[in-house]
Design a protein around this ligand. Structure first.
Ligand code: DX5
Ligand code: ZN
Length: 216
């Protein structure tokens, strides 16, 4: 199981200590980039990702919630991302998404697509054989600390079925409201990577990560 804590909920006054806890307990770090336009919130620029890159060898999982993912993909690839995931809804166009996936791959990074809760999996089926990561939102993107939408469970099952039926390998990653009450079901339905922000950073990081692992 891949645990990818969202550093949107990190306490930056304790950056070193918290990053050290992550270095000792998880596989990935989830980095939420918001532009104040695609979503009504604004987060990190590339200098912050560079600071993570200098202090960790963990996989840096970048989630772009931006209207111009092409531009931001360049910026964050250069800053040290290992993967770039962007939203289908930024383009609502399969061809444009395919081109950006190709471009991310050419940089030697993993590429992924994310969809909001109201977008159907059917719409993005033509992209499924091109991606490494499918990031399924289980809240409306924009803010940490929201309530998990249980509709995500059926979508995980759907994505897992498609993957098996077509011999594909994409990682199914779920983002939003993940905690030790829903992780078990998410994992049993086929989730490969859990993003968790408030659950991990609210209290003892390592103990909370362990609680998620025990759900598997
Ligand atoms: C929401 C972000 C999430 C968020 C998750 O737009 O994409 O990654 O940080 O936070 P929690 O786990 O608190 O819902
Ligand atoms: Zn995210």
């Amino acid at each position: 199981m891949i645990i990818s804590p969202s550093v949107l909920s990190m306490h930056y006054e304790d950056f070193r200590k918290e990053l050290n806890d992550l270095n000792e307990s998880v596989e990935w770090i989830h980095f939420d980039v918001m532009d104040g336009h695609f979503v009504p919130n604004l987060t990190f620029g590339p200098a912050i990702l560079e600071a993570f890159r200098r202090n960790t060898s963990l996989f840096l999982d970048v989630h772009l919630m931006v209207s111009d993912p092409d531009y931001f993909a360049d910026v964050f690839a250069k800053a040290g991302a290992d993967s770039i995931v962007f939203h289908y809804e930024a383009y609502n166009d399969i061809e444009k998404c395919s081109l950006l996936i190709e471009k991310i791959h050419e940089k030697g990074l993993k590429a992924g697509i994310s969809i909001k809760p109201k977008t159907t999996v059917e719409e993005i089926v033509p992209l499924l054989d091109k991606i490494d990561i499918f990031l399924l939102m289980s809240v409306e993107p924009g803010f940490g600390g929201q309530k998990f939408m249980s509709e995500a469970l059926d979508r995980v099952a759907q994505l897992k079925r498609y993957k098996e039926d077509h011999g594909l390998n994409y990682i199914i990653e779920v983002d939003g409201g993940v905690n030790d009450e829903n992780a078990h079901e998410l994992i049993s339905m086929g989730t490969d990577a859990l993003v968790a922000g408030s659950f991990v950073f609210n209290g003892d990081i390592k103990a909370n990560v362990e609680k998620l692992r025990n759900c598997g």
